[in-house]
Design a protein around this ligand. Structure first.
Ligand code: PMP
Length: 436
């Protein structure tokens, strides 16, 4: 194949310059195997970011890779206008993991898309059709996608998405305690941020909304974990105003948060629609929204179509990924290794003043860097340096958060405690150099 320099030159000439690359000197990856990646020189990296929280069970996992190969050699594409087995099999497998809504109806009808953005679009479309209302409430610091509607919903410091692309989108405060917009402390705050949604609905909409959409733990926003009662309060208020509740499980789903298959289950709430993408397909372009039978009926009016949604290869990949999660104790591993890693990071916090906050659940962890703990000034430069330095030492991390100062650690969920220890030693060593 072409050399790295040739790839860079071709990319420079032919690929839109807005296509994001990480690192001052972009990293080229030519091979992956489980939790490891290799560059063109043969250097190995521990992948702490899983292709943005997408490769859930490991790069080129043998069961998933062989399912994709087999499907590609049998039937690649027809669209959904003809029956094929994998869409039905995968939808049934998904339904087996689904909770019920508030009144005990099973969420067992899935509409497949190619991405998380589209899954959220379709969830909002169904909510609007079902309720007859238009307005949508999202969370500050949230990320829901890059289509016109979801761009307006994405409310995030480091992304300059044009806000409110589409009318009828409003935001309310997320439960981001480390940077409480009111300067209050939990629990004496009485969850002011959660109760806020009432006045947002009553003063910024006509009082009746289509839906609320939120990530149960914010992903791009930097593994923001709200107080445990936050979502219950918000869901109750949303329902009092006629709205449906959408849980965006694009990052937090499929066991990543450890104790539960879906991240919203950590909060004891029951959404009406669950959207998913990324980790669902282990890298195959795949998204979906699952809901109850009555809500799913809204789509029978021919209000949406998707050529690749439910395509055989993505379905085969999704089904195989879910089989691996069950067969290999992936969720339990996320819980155990995640806890080990988080405890190690909390120990590093005692030693390194740069670490302002360590948060997360399972293998969805955020480490927020600050120049000093009193002012909580975002340590943007230091976070960027840490990215570069860990890369040199063979560790890939993610970065995000409101001020691009939160390290995001969301590896393939097959990582071991030894891998976690390598992460800890590497981060420790790099922070020491940055602080000296
Ligand atoms: N929701 C969440 C929570 C996400 O993190 C993302 C992607 N970062 C999306 C939706 C959009 O997914 P996609 O990029 O597949 O459209």
């Amino acid at each position: 194949g072409p050399t790295r320099d040739e790839v860079l030159a071709m990319r420079h000439q032919f690929v839109n310059p807005g296509v994001l690359t990480y690192y001052r000197d972009p990293l080229m990856i030519v091979e992956g195997n489980m939790q490891y990646l290799w560059d063109e020189t043969g250097k190995r990296y521990l992948d702490g970011f899983a292709g943005i929280v997408t490769v859930s069970v490991g790069h080129c996992h043998p069961h998933v890779a062989s399912a994709i190969r087999a499907q590609a050699g049998t039937l690649q594409h027809t669209t959904t206008i003809y029956l094929h087995p994998t869409i039905a099999q995968f939808a049934a497998k998904l339904a087996s993991k689904m909770p019920t809504n508030e009144i005990g109806e099973k969420l067992d009808k899935t509409y497949f898309t190619n991405s998380g953005s589209e899954a959220n679009e379709v969830a909002i479309l169904m909510s609007r059709e079902f309720t007859g209302n238009h307005d949508v409430i999202g969370l500050r610091n949230g990320y829901h996608g890059g289509t016109s509607l979801t761009m307006g919903l994405t409310s995030h410091g480091t992304w300059k998405f044009p806000a409110n692309q589409s009318a009828g989108i409003t935001h309310t405060h997320a439960g981001y305690c480390y940077r409480c917009p009111y300067g209050l402390e939990y629990p004496s705050c009485n969850l002011k941020c959660a109760h806020d949604i009432k006045s947002v609905i009553e003063y910024q909409t006509n009082g009746n909304i289509a839906c609320f959409i939120g990530e149960p733990i914010q992903g791009v926003g930097g593994a923001v974990v709200p107080p445990p009662e936050y979502f219950k309060i918000v869901y109750d208020i949303v329902r009092q105003h006629g709205g449906l509740c959408i849980a965006d499980e694009v990052q937090g789903g499929f066991g990543r948060t450890g104790k539960h298959y879906w991240s919203h289950q950590n909060w004891g709430v029951k959404p009406d629609l669950i959207t998913m993408a990324k980790g669902i397909g282990n890298g195959a372009p795949l998204g979906g929204v699952t809901t109850t039978t009555p809500i799913s009926q809204t789509m029978t009016k021919r209000i949406h179509f998707n050529t690749y949604g439910g395509n055989p290869i993505s379905m085969a990949s999704g089904l195989a990924t879910m089989e691996v999660i069950d067969a290999e104790g992936i969720q339990e591993n996320a819980l155990n290794v995640g806890e080990h890693l988080k405890n190690g990071l909390l120990e590093l916090q005692e030693k390194h003043p740069l670490i302002g906050d360590v948060r997360g659940m399972g293998l969805m962890i955020g480490v927020e860097l600050v120049t000093d703990r009193e002012s909580k000034n975002p340590a943007k430069q230091e976070a960027a340096d840490l990215m570069e330095m860990t890369k040199q030492r063979g560790l890939i991390l993610g970065k995000g958060g409101l001020h691009a100062n939160t390290m995001r650690i969301k590896p393939p969920m097959c990582i071991t405690k030894d891998d976690a220890d390598f992460m800890l030693v590497t981060i420790d060593e790099c922070l020491e150099l940055i602080e000296s």
